[in-house]
Design a binder for this molecule. Structure first.
Ligand code: ATP
Length: 326
C-alpha cells in the first residue's frame, strides 16, 4: 500500500528526514512512534502530498506522490496535527463541505456524512457548531473529514494529543474501527497510546527509522526479556501454600526465565513478576487455571515498555540498530 524508498527531506541545510525506506501492507494499522521533532509530521505530510520530498520516492497504492499527487490525495484521508476545522460551521455542514472538496458525488454526500458521523459517534452533534465541541469531539470531526471520501489509506498525525484518559480510550477504539476498510498510519510520541491499537510500530529518531516490529518484538529485542505481572486470587486461609504453588507453576512454564513474588495489592490477591524471552502469557494462564487457581490479571508491565521506547527514540544506551545523529 505504501512504499518508501530512500526518502529525504531537508529544510534548507537541515535534514529533517532520511534516509527512510519502509513498506506498509494493505489493511495494516501501523504506528509511527518518535519524540517531538523526530520527523513524524514531515513524513506524514509528504505521504499526504502536503510537502514535497527532497529526494527518494514514495508510492501510495503504486502511485508516486510527486508525479500524481491528485490521484494519491483521492486515496488518502489525512488528519494533520492541527485539524483544519471551521468553528462556526456545524459538524454536518463541515463534513458536507469536506465531502465536496474531496469530490464525493452530490447525491452521495448526505449518505457519507451520516455514515462517518455514525462511525465517529458524532450523529447527535450533527447540528452543533464545531467551536462548541470539546477537544475530543473536535478530533473526531478531524477523523470524520479524513474518511469522508472512503480513502484506502488514513493518515492520522497524533490523534490522541491533548485528549483526556476517557477520550484516549474512545479514540483508540475509533482507530481500531477503521480496520478492515482502511490501511492506517498513526503517529504518536507515547508508546502505550499506540501499542494496543497498531499491528506494527515504526520507531523514528532523528529522521530515521531505527526499529520496526510488533510491540512484543520491540520489547523483546530491546529489553532482552518481557516482564509480565501475574495476579492470582487465593483464599486467605491457605495463602502461603497457594502462593508457593502458583510460583512453582509459573516457574515451570516453558520459556519463563524468572519468577518473583511482589507485594500483595489487596487481600486474597498475590502477584508475581515473570520474566520471559518469548510470549508466555497464554501458557501461564492455562497452567494456573489447570491447577485450579483463580487468575485475576495478566499484563505486560507498562513502565518497561516506556523504557524500551526511551532507549529507541532517545538513543540512550546505544541499543538501536543504527545511529541517526544529524
Ligand atoms: P512533533 O511531534 O513535535 O510535531 P515531529 O516528529 O512531527 O515532531 P517534525 O515536525 O517532522 O517532527 O520536525 C522534524 C524536524 O524538522 C524538527 O527538527 C523540526 O524543527 C524541523 N522542521 C519541521 N518543519 C520545519 C520547517 N517548516 N522549517 C524548518 N524546519 C522544520
Amino acid at each position: 500500500m505504501i512504499e518508501i524508498r530512500e526518502l529525504y527531506k531537508y529544510y534548507g541545510e537541515r535534514r529533517a528526514l532520511g534516509p527512510v525506506s519502509a513498506e506498509i501492507g494493505q489493511g495494516e494499522i501501523v504506528g509511527l512512534l518518535g519524540e517531538n521533532g523526530a520527523g513524524k509530521t514531515t513524513a506524514l505530510r509528504i505521504l499526504a502530498c502536503d510537502l514535497l520530498p527532497s529526494s527518494g520516492s514514495v508510492q501510495v497504492d503504486g502511485i508516486d506522490v510527486v508525479e500524481r499527487p491528485d490521484a494519491v490525495r483521492e486515496r488518502i484521508g489525512y488528519l494533520p496535527d492541527v485539524p483544519p476545522l471551521y468553528g462556526d460551521m456545524t459538524v454536518g455542514e463541515y463534513l458536507a463541505f469536506a465531502a465536496k472538496l474531496r469530490s464525493v458525488p452530490s447525491k452521495d454526500v448526505a449518505r457519507r456524512v451520516a455514515a462517518v458521523e455514525e462511525l465517529t459517534a458524532l450523529t447527535e452533534r450533527h447540528g452543533d457548531p464545531i467551536a462548541t465541541l470539546s477537544h475530543g469531539f473536535q478530533q473526531r470531526v478531524g477523523i470524520a473529514q479524513a474518511i469522508i471520501h472512503e480513502p484506502k489509506l488514513v493518515v492520522l498525525d497524533e490523534p490522541i494529543s491533548g485528549l483526556d484518559p476517557r477520550q484516549i480510550v474512545e479514540m483508540r477504539q475509533l482507530v481500531r474501527d477503521l480496520r478492515g476498510k482502511h490501511t492506517v498510519l498513526v503517529s504518536s510520541h507515547i508508546l502505550t497510546e499506540i501499542s494496543e491499537t497498531c499491528d506494527r510500530i515504526l520507531v523514528i529518531r532523528n529522521g530515521e527509522i531505527v526499529a520496526a516490529g510488533t510491540e512484543a518484538e520491540l520489547t523483546k529485542e530491546f529489553s532482552g526479556a518481557t516482564q509480565i505481572r501475574v495476579t492470582v486470587r487465593v483464599p486467605g486461609s491457605v495463602e502461603k501454600e497457594a502462593k508457593e504453588k502458583a510460583q512453582a507453576i509459573l516457574a515451570a512454564v516453558s520459556g519463563v526465565d524468572a519468577v518473583e513474588g511482589t507485594e500483595a495489592e489487596a487481600p486474597e490477591l498475590v502477584s508475581f513478576d515473570v520474566k520471559a524471552a518469548t510470549e508466555v502469557r497464554p501458557a501461564l494462564v492455562s497452567s494456573l487455571v489447570s491447577a485450579g487457581l483463580d487468575v485475576f490479571e495478566v499484563s505486560r508491565k507498562a513502565n518497561e515498555l516506556e523504557s524500551v521506547f526511551l532507549k529507541l527514540a532517545g538513543g540512550d544506551g546505544g541499543s538501536t540498530k543504527k545511529g541517526g545523529d544529524a
